[in-house]
Design a protein around this ligand. Structure first.
Ligand SMILES: Cc1cc2nc3c(=O)[nH]c(=O)nc-3n(C[C@H](O)[C@H](O)[C@H](O)COP(=O)(O)OP(=O)(O)OC[C@H]3O[C@@H](n4cnc5c(N)ncnc54)[C@H](O)[C@@H]3O)c2cc1C
Ligand SMILES: *[C@@H]1O[C@H](CO)[C@@H](O)[C@H](O)[C@H]1NC(C)=O
Ligand SMILES: *[C@@H]1O[C@H](CO)[C@@H](O)[C@H](O)[C@H]1NC(C)=O
Ligand SMILES: *[C@@H]1O[C@H](CO)[C@@H](O)[C@H](O)[C@H]1NC(C)=O
Ligand SMILES: *[C@@H]1O[C@H](CO)[C@@H](O)[C@H](O)[C@H]1NC(C)=O
Ligand SMILES: *[C@@H]1O[C@H](CO)[C@@H](O)[C@H](O)[C@H]1NC(C)=O
Ligand SMILES: *[C@@H]1O[C@H](CO)[C@@H](O)[C@H](O)[C@H]1NC(C)=O
Ligand SMILES: *[C@@H]1O[C@H](CO)[C@@H](O)[C@H](O)[C@H]1NC(C)=O
Length: 485
């Protein structure tokens, strides 16, 4: 493959001629991109029908035009055009990113990667190569059929099988990407290793990934996992959180814990929701959750399911609802390096008071997810840009709402809850340390990437994205004025 159209040589030119209108941009792309590409203006109904919509309507980007490139060269041309005309752009993969920083793109160019959705599995080599916008759901079935397991994302990637296989970025073998400097390159441990370091933890700051190759794994326990879902009275909170705490530092690799505070009138208001997954035999799973069964859940469902169905069926099937797009979400996260039961009990009180006072926020939930860290921590910290291998769990609050006039209240609720967790999170710095994909957007680069990693990230940013074109999602080099609402 040729490394076409580098505009590295143009860097000294002052970018930006006259501001371009949406139709002008559209007519340029319609003639300049490959025949299979597509261009939509907001005035067309296909603009929403044919492009990936965002999960979060809160502080979301707006576009003058949406472009669907069909080749790596199209991606290069779009980046080049946006640079020359000084227009912000954003690549869209699944549209699940929710950071409030995304709102910094207004009247920009959307680069919808929807055409980059093919994949190929190499069962013998235990690898999968996926297009830059692949949906996890498109490949779980085929992977399962091939006797494999896997999932992935750029910023880190945490999930139930992370206990067995580490962070999702730890399975990355190579990427094909267009950098902010316009180069189409392959990046791996041996090709541009400095960029490979970056792509595992801070990738969205450096370019657009058109395809990526990951290691996959022969499936565990014949592909079957115990999925155990429970609903508890809020009065069980301390026992439930104590159960989670007791696994700190000794969580079996195949065992994951997820506990959330939620609200439902039918369940008497504020209640607790718990999901445990064990990628192993049922008898072993049941013995791990024995103390939970003694806490008298008012609902339970314990089944063995194929790993490929976890996302659609676990948590009583509510994860499918969590994927509904277009509502407002003020989302707040924080790394936890210890489980502090009194803090979690205060969070139950906090949420209970909040649910009672705000009818508009009753779809919200406050969760901790806890995945075993042995494999994640077996990768040395300096090997990847991802900075937080020692976190044992994460706090995540999604204040969900329909009425945008509640935005300020939602943010107050979220900021207040995070403040509750900061003093006992066990973080070693004063930064708001958060897994980048869980970030609200106000934590800043030191919170997303750590003081340790920032010098190298800043240096590489100058080399691979010298004009800061990729600066709209929890970016390394940018001063944000994230809306206080
Ligand atoms: C309901 C829900 C559940 C989630 N669950 C988990 C979870 O279990 N574990 C976890 O780790 N995270 C989870 N997340 C967070 C998720 O990992 C991040 O939101 C991730 O960024 C989503 O990827 P996306 O392709 O949908 O991102 P998008 O919203 O499309 O993009 C996010 C950022 O990445 C950039 N980007 C997208 N595609 C590319 C590409 N091909 N090349 C370069 N840059 C690109 C975009 O430009 C943007 O800056 C969850 C989020 C939601 C909303
Ligand atoms: C590019 O656009 C930004 C705002 O969108 C503006 O602040 C900046 O001055 C512009 N740069 C040039 C060189 O026109
Ligand atoms: C996807 O399709 C393109 C065009 O046919 C091809 O070049 C690329 O290798 C394919 N990618 C994968 C992961 O199969
Ligand atoms: C991939 O998954 C998305 C989201 O679930 C779906 O809309 C799309 O139709 C799927 N594409 C294919 C090719 O299966
Ligand atoms: C939950 O606990 C509260 C008080 O702690 C009690 O009033 C209520 O009846 C309990 N609900 C259930 C379903 O057990
Ligand atoms: C949470 O647990 C604590 C400790 O057992 C208890 O005092 C408190 O009432 C519980 N909270 C709720 C809302 O039930
Ligand atoms: C229990 O789990 C199984 C398998 O995931 C599912 O088919 C069933 O609908 C669930 N039952 C309830 C009540 O959620
Ligand atoms: C929103 O916040 C304001 C100020 O704190 C408060 O007065 C108001 O009651 C809140 N509204 C709702 C719906 O919670």
């Amino acid at each position: 493959m040729r490394a076409a159209l580098s505009f590295l040589g143009l860097l000294c030119l002052v970018a930006g001629s006259l501001a371009q209108s949406g139709p002008e941009i559209a007519s340029y792309f319609k003639t300049d991109l490959s025949p299979a590409s597509a261009v939509y203006l907001p005035s067309e109904s296909l603009f929403t029908q044919e492009t990936t919509q965002r999960w979060n309507a809160f502080s979301s980007p707006s576009y003058a035009v949406s472009v669907k490139p069909a080749s790596d060269e199209d991606v290069q041309k779009i980046i080049h055009y946006a640079f020359m005309h000084n227009i912000s752009f954003l690549a869209t993969g699944g549209g699940h990113g929710y950071s409030a920083t995304l709102g910094t793109v207004q009247s920009g160019i959307e680069m919808d990667l929807g055409h980059f959705n093919n994949y190929s599995i190499n069962a013998e080599a235990n690898t999968i190569t996926v297009g830059g916008s692949i949906h996890f759901r498109n490949i779980t079935g085929p992977l399962y059929a091939a006797g494999k397991e896997w999932r992935a994302t750029l910023g880190g990637g945490v999930g139930p099988y992370g206990g067995l296989h580490g962070l999702q970025i730890d399975s990355l073998q190579s990427v094909r990407m267009v950098t902010g400097a316009g180069n189409l390159i392959t990046v791996s441990a041996t090709q541009h290793p400095d960029l490979f370091w970056v792509m595992r933890g801070a990738g969205f700051n450096f370019g657009v990934v058109t395809s990526a190759t990951y290691q996959v794994y022969p499936y565990t326990n014949n592909g079957q996992a115990m999925n155990a879902d429970f609903r508890f009275n809020a009065s069980a909170n301390a026992s439930l959180y104590e159960f989670a705490r007791s696994y700190t530092g000794k969580q079996p690799d195949a065992f994951s814990i997820d506990i959330a505070i939620a609200y439902n009138e039918n369940f008497g208001g504020t209640y607790l929701f718990a999901n445990f997954i064990y990628a192993g035999p049922l008898s072993e799973g049941l013995s791990l959750i024995q103390p939970i069964l003694a806490l008298k859940p008012f609902q339970q469902n314990i089944t063995m399911i194929p790993w490929s169905l976890i996302e659609t069926t676990s948590k009583f099937g509510t994860d499918a609802a969590a994927c509904i797009k277009g509502n407002y979400h003020s989302v707040w996260g924080l790394n936890l390096y210890q489980i502090d039961v009194p803090t979690l009990s205060s969070a139950v009180e906090y949420m209970d008071a909040m649910f009672k006072a705000n009818k508009g926020f009753r779809e919200s939930f406050l969760a901790i997810d806890m995945y075993a860290t042995r494999v994640t921590q077996s990768v040395p910290d300096e090997e990847t840009a991802y900075p937080y291998r020692s976190a044992v769990a994460r706090f995540l609050l999604d204040v969900g709402f329909i009425d945008p006039s509640l935005s300020t209240n939602a943010s107050n609720v979220g900021r207040g809850a995070r403040a509750l967790f900061i003093p006992t999170s066990g973080a070693s710095t004063k930064n708001i340390e958060v897994y980048v994909n869980y970030g609200h957007g106000d934590e800043g680069p030191l919170g997303w990437y750590s003081e340790r990693k920032m010098p190298r990230l800043t240096e590489l940013k100058k080399r691979y994205d010298p004009n800061g074109l990729f600066s709209h999602y929890n970016a390394i080099r940018r001063t944000y004025n994230v809306p206080k609402v």
